[in-house]
Design a protein around this ligand. Structure first.
Ligand code: ATP
Length: 219
């Protein structure tokens, strides 16, 4: 599927559905590991606690329909979901800031299973520059524009200290990156056409604490 077709398809899909589809994919992979060949929406529903009619509706967006009684063929379900979610296509990315978090992301080979390949990282620490982590080269941030000219990269992963999050963002955008996966808790500002995904680990903590407190008080 071309990038354009994929975008067209995905833009018709409600965001909550897009958030749930990867759960169905992980569940299908788990069932495959257990040696299953077919799965019904009722079975998925029991495993991940989502209403089975919602699952059937979500899956109808990816144009896969189950067979009566047996359900969905697991291999097909995995292929269709991976393709639809863009996980079969490799998206190249640069990472900025090889601290604890950035380093952990470089070490995480699982990202490529979801279509993300970090091809290079940038830092200012002379102890890191010129080395490799998990085979990925770490360059000086000064080299960013030059390295970008050498390879087709559209995504920047942001794991620098919060004080320079905006500065590095501006530089990424100026250089021509089109999407930023922001792991800092800073709300970065970008032009309208730039895609931002905020994934600060800390952002949801307050929510969790708040619910936990409410739960404890209700006991
Ligand atoms: P974290 O867990 O958030 O990664 P940390 O304590 O390991 O935190 P930070 O101080 O947050 O590290 O810094 C993250 C990395 O960002 C460090 O390796 C630091 O050298 C790097 N860094 C700092 N300034 C820049 C910059 N201008 N460009 C790229 N990397 C930078």
């Amino acid at each position: 599927m071309s990038q354009e077709d994929l975008l067209k398809k995905m833009s018709n899909v409600p965001e909550p559905t897009l958030r749930r589809l990867p759960w169905y994919l992980s569940n299908a992979k788990l069932l495959k590991q257990r040696g299953e060949r077919y799965v019904s929406s009722t079975q998925i529903s029991k495993e991940i606690n989502i209403d089975s009619s919602q699952i059937a509706k979500d899956l109808s967006y990816v144009h896969i329909s189950g067979r009566t009684r047996v359900g969905y063929e697991i291999d097909q379900l995995i292929d269709v979901l991976e393709d639809f979610l863009g996980f079969t296509k490799i998206h190249k990315a640069f990472l900025f800031g090889v601290g604890n978090l950035g380093g952990a992301l470089l070490q995480d080979s699982g990202l490529s299973q979801f279509g993300l390949e970090i091809v290079a990282a940038f830092d200012i620490n002379p102890l890191l520059v010129g080395t490799r982590m998990n085979g990925i080269p770490i360059y000086s941030t000064d080299e960013f524009e030059q390295r970008l000219a050498e390879c087709q990269v559209q995504i920047g992963v942001l794991t620098v200290p919060i004080e320079i999050a905006q500065q590095i963002t501006d530089r990424m955008v100026q250089g021509g990156l089109r999407a930023i996966w922001n792991f800092t808790p800073f709300r970065i500002r970008v032009p309208e056409e730039i895609v931002v995904q905020n994934t600060s680990l800390y952002a949801h903590l307050a929510l969790m604490f708040n619910r936990l407190t409410a739960y404890n008080q209700s006991e």
